[in-house]
Ligand binder design. Sequence first.
Ligand code: KIV
Ligand code: NA
Length: 265
Amino acid sequence: PKRVRVHHLREMKAAGQPITMLTAYDAVTADVFAEAGVDVLLVGDSVGDNLHGHATTLPVTVEDLLPHVRAVATRAGRPFVVADLPFGSYEEGPAQALRTGVRMLKEGLAHGVKLEGGRRVAPAVKALVDAGIPVMGHLGFTPQSVNAMGGPRVQGRGSAADELLADALALQEAGAFAVVLEVVPGPVAERVTAALDIPTIGIGAGPGCDGQVLVWLDMAGLSARTPKLAKAYAQLRTALREAAAEYAAEVRSRAFPGPEHTFPE
Ligand code: KIV
Ligand code: NA
C-alpha cells in the first residue's frame, strides 16, 4: 500500500475521514499497527513512563528515543512516522530545535517530528518546516510541562479556550501539518478543529477532532490501569500474565519442553 504523506492527512480532514494514530516504540508493534492499517505512528516520549519505568516523560533524552524511532521507521511501511522532540531538546530556540529535528530524520529515519507548545515554539516550528521537516504541534495538556501545570488536568476551559485557539492558529501559520489536542473539553476541541485547515488529532479531546491518538499500551489493555481518556480494546496485561504463569508452571512440572520441542540425536 502507498505510504501516508502529509498531504494525505490534510485531504483526509477535508474529506471528513478520521485519521488514526497510535504510539509505537519498536519494530514489532510498528509491524502490527502497519498491518492493522493505522495511518500515523508516534514514537512518543511516552516511552519514558510506559517502557522505561519513569514517572513522567521529562527524563527522556534524544539518545533514549532515537533507537525507538529508528526501529519503528525501519519497519513501518505505510504509516507516517512522527518522532517526539524530548523535553530540553528544542526549548532553547529554532537552532536547537532544528538540530534535534535533523537527528530524528537523519539518525532516526522519522518522517516528521512533534513538539509541545503554541506561540512560544512557533519560531522553532517555522525553522523545522523551512528545513523540510514536517512538524506536528501538541497543545492542551502537554506532559513535558506537568510540573508547571500542576499535574495532568483539563486545559482550555473558560477563557483559556481563546489562548488555545490562538496557539493552534500560530502553529498552523508557522507551517505545522497537524496539531495534537490533549485533555481539552470536547466543545473546545471542536471549535479549534473547525478553525484550522490542518488536522487536529485528539487524545482526551472528544469525537470532534479530525483524528485520534492513544498510547498503544492503553489501547491494548497492557497498562496497569487504563486512563479515563482511553479505551482498552484487548486485555494484553491479563493475557501476558496468564501466558507467563502457565509457562513457569509447565517448566516447574517439566511439561515443557515436550518431545515436539526437542531435537533428536
Ligand atoms: O508521547 C506521546 O505518547 C504523546 C501522545 C500522547 C500524543 O505525545
Ligand atoms: Na509525547
